[in-house]
Design a protein around this ligand. Structure first.
Ligand code: GLY
Length: 358
């Protein structure tokens, strides 16, 4: 019997491991003699030592980047390419990404582009990365103030989910990741949603067994539509508005929102849009909004920020009649993609949400 759980995403393995010995054994069995270990400053301090025993037989070079969304940019990517180049890495070597969404996204992009593509391994260390960023082959950097503008689809050789890393995280980060698990539960259906939505934010750490279920939900969408042409876009529920909040907070706030926090706020907007445009039951939307509100404890935009938020959501400033496409929900387990939303509708909903906090 296997001493780990394996979920297949297309033909790639996501391996969920509880025991340290198993984690070390599987990492040391990776078929690469030479690895670039990509860390951020936090995973270098708090997580790197956990992988050291597995690496004794390999030649490794470590590259450390700044932590946080601000470093997911071209100059950080260039730094990784420079190291790969200066240290003589070759296409049959691999990058091991030890970190959260930023490290996995940028490390995946560096690997997929260096010498037209080398292999990479994700070892996500945040809950958000374990259930979302490290799953599904999206790799990107932010560009000109917009999230994930430059990127590629490329799938990791393997992804190792080792929940012990979560002990190194501030609780705020765990709650932020749990918002994505709640989103996956909405997309899966009543059973998972009822179980996850009953968990209070301060209890989240005791319910990590749900990680595999959340991963399986994401994988089911990726398997059906790996290159995001249709139904995979359902995973963006909460994200069109959520990314606008995240970009707004990067521009305007001394302490930017975490991704999951911005998505919680985006959920409020997109649940209300779903009531208006895809017949989501309004009692359910209210109930779900109250769950997501428990994850929002930070300054939110004001009415004066609405125009900027609309632009950040992807509307063209010059074309006032334009609509953009959202992924919404008809009911739990029944997403609807590509729903046209006008500027005016989004503006009204943003106004309602902002006023609901006053
Ligand atoms: N995070 C959305 C996706 O992977 O498609």
């Amino acid at each position: 019997m296997k001493d780990y759980n394996e979920v297949k995403c297309l033909e790639h393995s996501i391996i969920i491991i509880r025991r340290e010995k198993v984690f070390t054994r599987l990492l040391s069995n990776l078929p690469f003699d030479r690895l670039l270990i990509l860390c951020d400053i936090n995973t270098w301090k708090y997580c790197f030592h956990e992988i050291v025993p597995a690496l004794s037989s390999k030649s490794c070079h470590i590259h450390i980047i700044e932590a946080g969304e601000e470093s997911k940019n071209l100059s950080t990517l260039e730094g990784i390419w420079e190291t790969l180049s200066n240290e003589g890495f070759r296409r049959n070597d691999a990058i091991l990404n030890l970190g959260g969404g930023v490290v996995c996204d940028i490390g995946g992009l560096a690997a997929a582009t260096f010498q037209r593509g080398m292999q990479f391994i994700h070892v996500p260390t945040t809950l958000l990365a374990m259930v979302d960023a490290a799953i599904g082959g999206k790799n990107a950097i932010n560009f000109e103030g917009l999230k994930n503008q430059i990127g590629v689809f490329a799938f990791p050789y393997q992804t190792f989910i080792y929940p012990k890393f979560l002990r190194t995280l501030p609780y705020r980060q765990i709650r932020s990741g749990f918002v994505e698990m709640l989103k996956h539960a909405l997309l899966k259906g009543d059973d998972l949603w009822n179980r996850l939505s009953a968990i209070e934010p301060e209890e989240v750490m005791h319910h990590l067994l749900y990680i595999s279920e959340a991963i399986k939900v994401k994988v089911s969408y990726v398997d059906e539509d790996p290159f995001d042409q249709g139904i995979r876009q359902a995973l963006n529920f909460g994200h069109t508005a959520g990314h606008a909040f995240e970009e707004w907070s990067l521009l305007k706030q001394p302490q930017p929102m975490l991704h999951g926090e911005a998505i919680a706020l985006g959920m409020l907007v997109e649940l209300e849009l779903s009531v208006k445009l895809t017949d989501l039951d309004d009692n359910f939307a209210l109930l779900a909004s109250n769950i997501f509100k428990k994850y929002i404890h930070f300054p939110i935009p004001t009415l004066q920020d609405i125009e900027q938020l609309i632009d950040l959501a992807g509307f063209d400033k010059k074309n006032k009649d334009q609509s953009i496409r959202f992924s919404l929900l008809q009911k739990t387990g029944k997403p609807v993609v590509q729903v046209a939303v006008s500027r005016e509708t989004l503006s009204n909903v943003l106004k309602n949400i902002i006023l609901s906090f006053s």
